[in-house]
Design a protein around this ligand. Structure first.
Ligand code: ADE
Length: 226
């Protein structure tokens, strides 16, 4: 899978993909993340990419021209399944969306900045608009990193234990059960007996009950989802 991210702050995205699971995904050639600096696609002086909003108001707007130059240049080499704009007014990201995006081959992510991007780019190029939650970040970069992480770990072969993504919270609209590791007793706090029993059926039932109880208590809204 290839994920190309257009940004005016490439430095913000250099860290997240060079560690741990996403690093391994890149080394195994399962996921290639390319960070593209929008400023290399502007024809304006001093690498300008933003300007004041027509009609007045606070903040700057990313101009259509550099964005369209970048999108069209990338499209010459790659057929994108989706061109995604990260924005607080997009559809709220969730595990189902991560699952479905992880099946795509090529994605382009566009990070907004300042007040947003010229609306004509949204109308003519963007195929999906995604928010990572009801709060405003200073740009789309951290949201793009969240999306890439959530999608990347679902690509077959990226996680060592193939089944472990399936038992994540949210995969079946349930929160994950509690987990424990050694030692069995820490400061007199014991691991639940059933987990030490070696009885897989009992353990599975216990985990399912814990998931149901935790979901009921912490996220009852998930139980109403189809
Ligand atoms: N850009 C700014 N805030 C955002 C959010 N909540 N989700 C996605 N992109 C954003």
């Amino acid at each position: 899978m290839q994920i190309d991210i257009i940004t005016v702050v490439p430095g913000l995205l250099e860290g997240p993909f060079s560690h741990s699971i996403l690093k391994r995904a890149a080394e195994k050639n399962l996921l290639q993340v390319n960070i593209i600096n929008l400023r290399t696609y502007t024809t304006y002086a001093r690498a300008q990419v933003d300007d004041y909003p027509f009609g007045g108001g606070a903040g700057m707007v990313l101009m259509a021209e550099p964005l369209v130059n970048a999108i069209e240049a990338l499209q010459k080499n790659t057929m994108y399944d989706d061109i995604i704009f990260l924005t607080p007014d997009g559809e709220t990201f969730n595990q189902q969306m991560a699952n479905s995006l992880s099946l795509k081959k090529n994605l382009m992510l566009i990070c907004g900045h300042y007040k947003g991007i010229d609306h004509r780019v949204r109308e003519h190029f963007i195929t999906k608009e995604i928010s990572i939650g009801d709060y405003v970040l200073s740009g789309g970069e951290l949201a793009a990193a969240v999306l890439t992480d959530a999608i990347g770990r679902l690509i077959p072969g990226v996680l060592n234990d193939e089944s472990s993504a399936l038992s994540d919270s949210f995969q079946d609209n349930l929160l994950a059960p509690p987990v424990y590791t050694r030692p069995e007793v820490f400061r007199e706090w014991k691991v639940p007996e059933v987990l030490l029993s070696g009885n897989h059926k009992l353990i599975e039932d216990w985990r399912h009950n814990q998931s149901m109880e935790r979901t009921q208590k912490l996220r009852p809204d998930l139980l109403d989802k189809p």
